[in-house]
Structures are given as structure tokens and as C-alpha cells.
Design a protein around this ligand. Structure first.
Ligand code: H2B
Length: 102
């Protein structure tokens, strides 16, 4: 998997609402808040299945109703197209689960 080019970054990163750079890593980060732990865990279960199908996995942490997600591609040494696709997929699941983001 190739890292994103400068042109791809300029075009694609601004389309990912709420996803912020995560220096010093070449990664993006977003924090989601749900109604309660059950809603957060349900979201994580759905994203886990999608991530497995993509063979591309989030780095994430859960505390009660809060899920912090970091996306990067180890194989590429930074952001790749897979991170863009996974971020879009995560945003769809978060919207369905009624998440708010920070
Ligand atoms: C061996 C395995 O296919 C690879 O390690 C895959 C799995 N999931 C992955 N997920 C992420 N986020 N980055 C990777 O580089 C990656 N690589």
C-alpha cells in the first residue's frame, strides 16, 4: 500500500470531517461520544467486522461512552487510501449509532 501523495492529501483530508492530524505520527484521529457504553460497543463491533473485511484496522480506545480512533497504515509508514476509506466507513457507522464527535 502506497502512502498518500501530497496532492491526494490536499484533496482528500479536508473531506474527512472531524478527523485531525496526530503529530508526530502520520495519522489522523477522531473522538466519538455515544449515548452510553452499549451504543459505543455496538459501534465498535460493527466497525470491527468492516475492518476485518478491509484487512485494515483502527487503533482505538474505549472509555464508557467514548471511543478514540487513530488511523494510519503501518505497511505504508503513514496515511494511505485505506485510511481514507476506513474513516468514511467509521463515520457512516457513527452516524447510524447517533454519535457526536469532539
Ligand atoms: C499482516 C496484515 O495483513 C497487515 O499487518 C495489515 C493488517 N491491518 C492493518 N491495519 C492498519 N491500520 N495498518 C496496516 O498496515 C495493516 N496491515
Amino acid at each position: 500500500m502506497l502512502p498518500l501523495s501530497a496532492a491526494q492529501r490536499a484533496e482528500l483530508l479536508p473531506t474527512l470531517a472531524g478527523w485531525a492530524p496526530c503529530p508526530p505520527r502520520d495519522a489522523v484521529r477522531k473522538v466519538f461520544e455515544f449515548e452510553d457504553f452499549g451504543a459505543a460497543w455496538s459501534f465498535m463491533s460493527r466497525v470491527a467486522l468492516a475492518a476485518e473485511r478491509m484487512n485494515h484496522h483502527p487503533e482505538w480506545a474505549n472509555v464508557w461512552n467514548r471511543v478514540e480512533v487513530v488511523l494510519t497504515t503501518h505497511d505504508a509508514g503513514g496515511l494511505s487510501m485505506l485510511d481514507i476509506e476506513l474513516a468514511r466507513c467509521i463515520d457512516r457507522h457513527a452516524a447510524q449509532a447517533g454519535a457526536r464527535h469532539h
